[in-house]
Write a protein that binds this ligand. Structure first.
Ligand code: FAD
Length: 300
């Protein structure tokens, strides 16, 4: 049996072959993953990790695909989704969540329980695993602010509990997680009046609707914030608002976003990203760094 047959036999309907990644990314475009599986238990993770290791198959983990652009030619190997691992719990001032729980749901849970520290992350459309991996943040709050520990497994299948102090982190960057798959996380929060937390959450959700082009598929901010500035300001200043390539466009509402406004191919989006970087560098001298992650093969 080859690896796709082994995965199909083991995961049954939780194994999809030649699965279009347009179904699993918020850009809603992207070529096929050779095998797309949903491991849920420790045994299932052990199985898929061992298979990948012994047969030398590339293995990637995806949460909600809200920060990934997949090339039109697709991805070889195995993509593991955490989407079906989504348990959460609250005890005293601690929230724990499995990797595939929605960050926004966890923010809501914390706010309703009168626990402060995550309310400003409301509306970020990622999973807990993705938020930890990227140190997602907004409005001056970051995932690592209240993170206590990460429950993980390494690519050799060894379980690990990583404490925040073991994971050096900064703006949208975490060191020390690259060899691991995040299975869950614990957050330590502060007790506060729940009504004020819910109010903050609602006002953040409202600001997102007001400022972000949520009516189109996107993967949020394309570039990281350069020191002392905003990528969107530089893009705007370079006159690139509304610039388009095929079905991809620099959002008119928020110049930091590229939106898939009309059946964009991944190559349209990638070409536009490169054009924006080139023109911003030419006009302001600043080299924008990509925040979004490119996976698989592109035809440009
Ligand atoms: C409309 C919109 C608004 C956004 N606003 C914000 C914002 O305000 N702030 C912000 O920080 N981001 C924002 N984002 C980007 C995105 O939501 C975050 O980066 C989020 O944390 C990504 O989570 P995800 O589950 O979608 O990760 P994915 O896109 O699925 O994966 C991103 C990376 O994390 C890795 N990963 C995912 N899960 C795991 C895991 N369990 N173990 C190990 N690695 C894993 C993947 O391999 C990949 O390298 C926005 C996106 C959109 C579409």
């Amino acid at each position: 049996m080859n690896f796709t047959q082994e995965l199909s036999a083991y995961f049954k309907e939780r194994c999809l072959l030649a699965e279009p990644m347009s179904r699993h990314t918020t850009y809603q475009t992207g070529g096929p993953a050779e095998a797309y599986v949903y491991p849920q238990t420790d045994e299932e993770w052990s199985f898929v990790l061992k298979l990948a290791r012994t047969e030398n198959i590339p293995l990637r983990v995806i949460g909600f695909g809200s920060n990934i652009l997949v090339g039109g030619k697709g991805i070889g190997g195995i993509v593991c989704s955490t989407k079906r691992m989504n348990q959460t719990s609250v005890q005293d001032n601690r929230v724990t969540a499995q990797a595939g729980a929605a960050l926004d749901k966890v923010c809501e849970l914390a706010a309703l329980a009168g626990l402060a520290g995550m309310e400003k992350l409301s509306g970020i459309p990622g999973s807990i695993g993705g938020a930890v991996y990227m140190n997602a943040g907004a409005f001056g709050q970051e995932t690592f602010d209240c993170l206590e520990y990460v429950q993980a497994v390494d690519f050799d299948g060894r379980p690990a509990v990583l404490l925040k102090k073991d994971l050096p982190h900064s703006y949208r960057r975490v060191d020390g997680l690259d060899g691991y798959i995040v299975l869950g996380a614990g957050f330590s929060l502060e007790k506060k009046d729940f009504a004020s937390l819910v109010q903050t959450r609602n006002s953040i959700l409202h600001k997102r609707i007001e400022k972000q082009p949520l009516e189109y598929p996107s993967a949020g901010s394309v570039f990281k914030r350069p020191a002392g500035d905003y990528a969107s300001r530089l893009i705007d200043e370079a006159g690139l608002r509304g610039l388009s390539v095929g079905g991809a466009k620099v959002s008119e509402k928020h110049a930091g976003f590229i939106v898939n406004f009309n059946h964009a191919t991944p190559e349209d989006i990638k070409t536009l990203m490169e054009e924006v970087r080139r023109q911003v560098k030419e006009k302001s001298g600043v080299e924008l760094e990509l925040e979004q992650i490119l996976w698989g093969e592109f035809s440009v």
